[in-house]
Design a protein around this ligand. Structure first.
Ligand SMILES: Cc1ncc(COP(=O)(O)O)c(C=O)c1O
Length: 412
């Protein structure tokens, strides 16, 4: 086995690799994967020419997939861009955008699905079942066939058309659920139990956070084995945030970096049960019904809320709540000022940073990373709402072109 076993933060119990698969057998809390003693150094990783997340194989609980596994073998390695215009706008020393929209299926969820698919392969399990708001399902639908496995995806029937189209194109068994993501999650959990299928569900499967932690590994390595002061992460279930915090923590424990960044969770106003618990100083999360255009972070019964609260508190970070209006503005700002096209859930993280900076809660000397978790082409309707077209239509005629260009020059 490439990992020691599991530990539960809820009740403190530990389990061997074969003694648990999903949640804690004692208290039903989410399990952390306990890594094996890694025989890796910063230098050995840096000398690996593989740019994908598999460069961190010594720090992962699964083996590297077969070289012929196509996109499954190529997940990760997304760019970390400097965003000087945005930094100036917010009065920050340094701002970076980690563009996860550049993944094989255009969201960070490829990281989790890649590691879970490899785990299913090693366990000899197929099909793999998951509930999803869209992106996790798309990622699984693309990655499972790369390993010769079947995927069954349950998503809300209201998921954006681009995500449903990706699911159809990748050829998974797609089932639309008349209900919310939370309803689909509950159904998939019961179905996996009854059918004995391998369940990828976010957080329920401890390997999802193992994939997501590689985003932190990449940020630290791209900064020259250094942690930024803060990382802003959009939050639905809370599992990306949990994975990112775990990734930085493992690097501190290995001595690869010397401190933790403050982890900042951002939730949409219409789906903010974790942020509300944080602000009320509570450890329990009150479920809610969700109403936000940022569909990927609409989770009223967050599957990893308790661990996300703990992760943010441990790092001295905070949770921020942003309105849908601010999310739409953030889509446009990211596009205009940094040439990054984000889906609403991804833009939420930047909206949270902008709000915190405007409130004077970020120091001018801080270095900040915003995780842009999904590509804007995932939800073109939301983007069009954010930026209605004002493009003039003309005849193919030079005089007409001159006329509209002169109006443009007259604009203040
Ligand atoms: C683009 C995007 N951003 C953020 C999230 C939130 O991740 P989590 O549910 O792990 O908090 C998701 C989840 O689907 C997502 O697809």
């Amino acid at each position: 086995m490439r990992f020691e076993g599991y530990s539960c933060r809820g009740c403190g119990a530990s389990f061997g690799p074969r003694e648990a698969t999903y949640r804690c057998p004692r208290c039903h809390g989410n399990l952390d994967v306990v890594p094996s003693n890694a025989r890796a150094t910063r230098e050995s990783i840096a000398s690996n020419r593989d740019p994908s997340l598999w460069r961190y194989a010594p720090l992962l609980p699964v083996a590297v997939p077969d070289a012929a596994a196509g996109p499954l073998r190529a997940v990760g390695g997304t760019p970390l861009y400097r965003a000087p215009r945005l930094a100036a706008r917010l009065g920050l020393r340094s701002l970076w955008l980690k563009d996860e929209g550049r993944m094989p299926t255009a969201s960070l969820k490829d990281r989790a699905s890649a590691v879970v698919v490899q785990s299913a392969l090693e366990r000899g399990k197929t099909p793999i079942l998951t509930a999803s708001t869209g992106n996790a399902g798309v990622a699984l639908a693309a990655m499972a066939p790369c390993a010769g496995l079947e995927a069954v995806i349950l998503v809300p029937a209201t998921a954006p058309p681009a995500k449903l189209t990706q699911l159809r194109i990748f050829g998974s068994t797609l089932i639309l659920v008349r209900g919310s993501y939370d309803d689909a999650f509950e159904l998939s959990e019961a179905a996996a139990r009854e059918l004995g299928w391998y369940c990828r569900n976010t957080a329920q499967n401890p390997f999802t956070a193992e994939g997501k932690k590689t985003a932190a590994f990449e940020i630290a390595e791209q900064l020259g084995w250094r942690a930024p002061d803060r990382v802003f992460v959009s939050v639905g279930d809370g599992n990306i945030l949990v994975g990112v915090e775990k990734g930085f923590r493992e690097l501190v424990e290995l001595g690869f970096i010397d401190r933790m960044p403050k982890i900042m969770g951002v939730q949409a106003e219409g789906s903010s049960p974790i942020a509300r618990a944080f602000q009320a100083g509570k450890g329990e999360i009150e479920p809610c019904t969700t109403t936000t255009l940022a569909d990927s972070i609409a989770a009223g019964r967050p599957a990893d809320g308790v661990r996300a609260l703990g992760a943010v508190r441990r790092t001295g970070g905070a949770f921020v709540i942003v309105t849908d209006e601010r999310i739409l503005e953030a889509i446009v700002t990211l596009g205009r000022e940094a040439s990054v096209f984000a889906e609403p859930a991804a833009a939420a993280a930047y909206a949270g940073l902008a709000q915190e900076a405007a409130a004077g809660r970020i120091g001018a000397d801080e270095e900040v990373v915003v995780l842009v978790t999904g590509n804007g082409l995932k939800d073109v309707n939301a983007a069009m709402r954010a930026c209605p077209s004002d493009a003039p239509t003309i005849d193919p005629d030079l005089a007409a072109l001159r006329a509209v260009l002169s109006q443009r020059e007259e604009k203040p």
